[in-house]
Design a binder for this molecule. Sequence first.
Ligand code: SF4
Ligand code: SF4
Length: 218
Amino acid sequence: MKPVKIKKVQREELNFWEKTYLVPIFQGMSVTAKHFVANLTGSIDKVNVDYPEEQKVMPKGYRGKHRLTQRDDGTVKCVACMMCATVCPANCIHIEAEEHENPEIEKRPKIFDIDLLRCVYCGYCVEACPCDAIRMDSGIYTIFAPKREDFVIHKDQLLQIKPQSEFAADARPKQGMPALPGHSAGTSSPQIFSPPARAENRDTEPMKQDSSLAPSKD
Ligand code: SF4
Ligand code: SF4
């Protein structure tokens, strides 16, 4: 075995005052006292907020709680294509589709749930959506609930969430959504449709996600 060469490093001897550590202690305390007085008198800009009375405005691009967008007539824009649920790496989106009353829009979500405890806030669902129906521009970063099941948010809750005003102008452009019959884009009055005749002979059983893909709850 090759002999190991050991190099001895001489440690610097501390003098009496250095051994007491009094000087650095008082230096640290003076910095703390300076910040304490400055915060107390408001002579410097605050870096913290008085939460929950004061809410922090999240920076542009922050991925907050999801929301579902609406058409001009207030109905859900989602066409239940399952792209978001398919791309979701956490498998936390559950959608069941149903027939849409508008013959030009094939489907809409009957159930649209997101399990926020599983979500990793990657934003893939937003990127995958072909019709800008799901966004994460709410700026909401406080997500709390007393029970685990309360973290599963449903379609109606997702539709009620508004964008953080800062982001409204920067939201992704509307894309791929056909104008409703008899209405040009931007019309806000509701449109009532009769159920299409073809729906009578169609199997309207709601679509279900493949439960075999769901991760084990163990
Ligand atoms: S942000 Fe990511 S993990 Fe969360 S629902 Fe969307 S795709 Fe799934
Ligand atoms: S949110 Fe978008 S991607 Fe997801 S099902 Fe609806 S239309 Fe498809």
